[in-house]
Design a protein around this ligand. Structure first.
Ligand code: ZN
Length: 236
């Protein structure tokens, strides 16, 4: 390669430099030129810039890219924190919420239904019926208060059955209402989760695309530096 001995002036440091120490300003990439323009408003694309000044601005550009990346990540974190603060958690215990609204009668019906559906109740009730029949069978000859075919026992059993049915119905209605409430809460929690996930998705996409562009730019700067190095090596 031929080496020119004529000197040119660097736009930035205003020093006389050899032509192999400078590059034309029009070859500087646009984002880099923007940074140089910020520091030196009189920057023109027709002048020259020396390698050391160019490297300084390249380092500055890489630093800017990395710093803006950091800023973006903390912005995302802030938004997540904000959304967590703003939208209070929807999930709560449906059972305790529901029990708080019950009246004494409803609570009593629940307890009776629970008791009536147990083996204890069946055994005790069967025992009473058998005792009733035994007593009236034993004193049948003397003075039975409910002789065969135990009409009074029938009446008592009918009354118990008649009372039990509405109590069980009452309790079942409430179980249904509780299920509905639970389903509604489930729906709300699911909806919130879905929205949060979509939100996160968008943030992630945004971040990935931005990061990609920035990495490409850093890569470009590195490629430029490498090209210069190889050029220097071939010159010497
Ligand atoms: Zn210079």
């Amino acid at each position: 390669m031929s080496r020119k001995k004529e000197n040119v002036t660097c736009q930035i440091c205003q020093k006389q430099k050899k032509t192999n120490e400078v590059i034309p300003a029009e070859l500087v990439s646009e984002p880099l030129a923007e940074i140089i323009r910020k520091a030196h408003p009189d920057w023109s694309t027709s002048g020259f810039i020396c390698n050391s000044d160019l490297n300084y601005f390249r380092a500055k550009r890489v630093k800017d890219i990395l710093e803006s990346e950091k800023g973006e990540i903390s912005n995302v974190e802030e938004q997540v924190l904000k959304s967590l603060k703003e939208h209070e958690l929807l999930s709560m215990n449906v059972n305790t919420e529901f029990d708080r609204q019950l009246t004494i009668g409803e609570r009593l019906a629940d307890k009776l239904t629970k008791y009536a559906g147990s083996w204890t109740f069946i055994i005790i009730f069967g025992g009473i019926v058998l005792l009733w029949i035994a007593i009236n069978s034993y004193v049948l000859l003397t003075k039975p208060f409910d002789p065969y075919p135990f009409i009074l026992l029938n009446l008592v059993l009918s009354c118990v059955a008649a009372m039990q049915a509405p109590i069980i119905l009452m309790s079942q209605n409430r179980e249904g209402a509780k299920d509905r409430l639970r389903a509604e809460y489930d729906y709300q929690v699911n909806l919130k989760a879905e929205l949060e996930i979509r939100h996160l998705h968008e943030k992630l996409d945004h971040l990935l695309i931005n990061q990609w562009h920035k990495l490409l730019e850093i890569q470009e700067i590195q490629m430029e530096l490498m090209e210069e190095l190889t050029l220097k090596k071939t010159k010497h």
